[in-house]
Design a protein around this ligand. Structure first.
Ligand SMILES: Nc1ncnc2c1ncn2[C@@H]1O[C@H](COP(=O)(O)OP(=O)(O)O)[C@@H](O)[C@H]1O
Ligand SMILES: [Mg+2]
Length: 339
């Protein structure tokens, strides 16, 4: 992706802290720092990947971008074609409906995200009705048109979601997100719950829809193997913030952050003759209630030095469009993934 590409979403110093229930001694109120000082931009028409272990703040980021949550601090700006700039950080409730026409979400779990008591037709129609974007016959027309585009047939529309397989349910979820013809869709691990054989079909559908409707995606995944083929750029998240961001190929060939290297070393190798030696990430991801000092990754980093526990590394552009937050990014020789 080139720098001069128009920006669709601008995220500045975004924070989301969730209060934790008071403990036995309950004097201090603690917070889960789910997203902590996050800044990035999404270019119009691109697919930006967001990867990181479970608990790193990916879903919270996705929800913040759609104003599913109000941010604790920071700013989110949308530069929408034909509409102009919309600052959604402090959008009043009645204007949220207007914003929802432009940005939608596809969920990880196609089983729990669809209301079992609604027909497929009503599920897909819901955003149109809720935002008063269409009435009567027009609703039906738009539902049929969108369902077809997502490879669902008209007979499917009368049924209930339980009658469908995982892949079909995800098509319903995609149709619901698409029916308002948004500019931006957050895809939160859209294929993680699906069989491998179905994953490629859903990814191809997302790609086709992007080309046809000029969509921009934020594509969330917990491992790097899925994002390689669908994303133009990839951001790697750790404990509520990005540690690295670059064009996909650049990231895979020249990772600059030890956490990215560790994630890459665990991608399954297609050629069984190539020996895999995954870098072991010791322990669980630390708690975002009391994140480690300095670089949050330092307790698990095999290259860590004293400085890493002391000061937080600055987020900086090391080569054009390649951003990283590591004190030693210039001197480490990290191993990429040659798939
Ligand atoms: N509604 C919530 N209330 C309290 N804590 C939350 C809430 N949502 C997420 N968290 C916490 O925030 C952190 C990030 O969660 P999440 O954004 O779901 O991560 P990911 O999607 O990367 O797995 C986790 O520690 C999680 O437990
Ligand atoms: Mg998640």
């Amino acid at each position: 992706m080139q720098k001069e590409q128009p920006v669709l979403v601008e995220v500045k110093n975004l924070r989301k802290f969730f209060p934790v229930r008071r403990g036995t001694f309950g004097f201090t109120k603690k917070f889960v720092r789910a997203v902590d000082d996050l800044s990035f931009t999404v270019f119009r028409g691109e697919t930006l990947g967001l990867v990181g272990e479970s608990g790193s703040g990916k879903t919270t980021t996705g929800r913040l971008l759609l104003r599913g949550y109000a941010p604790t601090a920071g700013e989110i700006l949308y530069h929408l074609p034909d509409v102009g700039t919309m600052n959604i950080t402090t959008l009043p409730k009645k204007e949220l409906w207007e914003f929802r026409k432009h940005a939608q979400m596809i969920f990880q779990d196609p089983y729990s995200s669809l209301n079992p008591r609604m027909t497929v037709r009503d599920i897909i129609a819901e955003p149109l009705v809720a935002t008063k974007s269409a009435k009567g016959e027009e609703v039906s027309q738009r539902v049929i048109e969108t369902a077809k585009r997502c490879q669902l047939s008209i007979e499917h529309l009368r049924r209930y979601p339980h009658a469908f397989s995982g892949g079909q349910r995800q098509r319903i979820g995609i149709a619901r997100a698409l029916v308002l013809r948004p500019s931006f869709i957050v895809c939160d691990e859209p294929v993680s719950a699906l069989d491998v054989s179905i994953q490629a079909q859903i990814l191809n559908l997302l790609k086709d829809l992007q080309a046809e409707f000029g969509l921009t995606y934020l594509f969330i995944a917990h491992d790097l193997s899925v994002v390689e083929h669908i994303c133009n750029r990839v951001g790697v998240m750790y404990l509520g913030n990005l540690v690295e961001l670059a064009a996909t190929q650049e990231l895979f060939q020249h990772p600059l952050h030890p956490y990215t290297e560790a994630l890459m070393s665990s991608i399954p190798e297609a050629d069984p003759k190539v020996k895999m030696r995954p870098i072991k990430l010791s322990g669980e991801i630390p708690s975002p209630i009391d994140p480690p000092s300095g670089c949050a990754f330092h307790p698990r980093c095999q290259y860590a030095q004293a400085l890493c526990a002391e000061s937080r590394p600055e987020w900086r552009e090391i080569s054009p469009n390649h951003f990283v937050a590591c004190h030693f990014a210039e001197s480490l020789q990290l191993k990429g993934f040659i798939g």
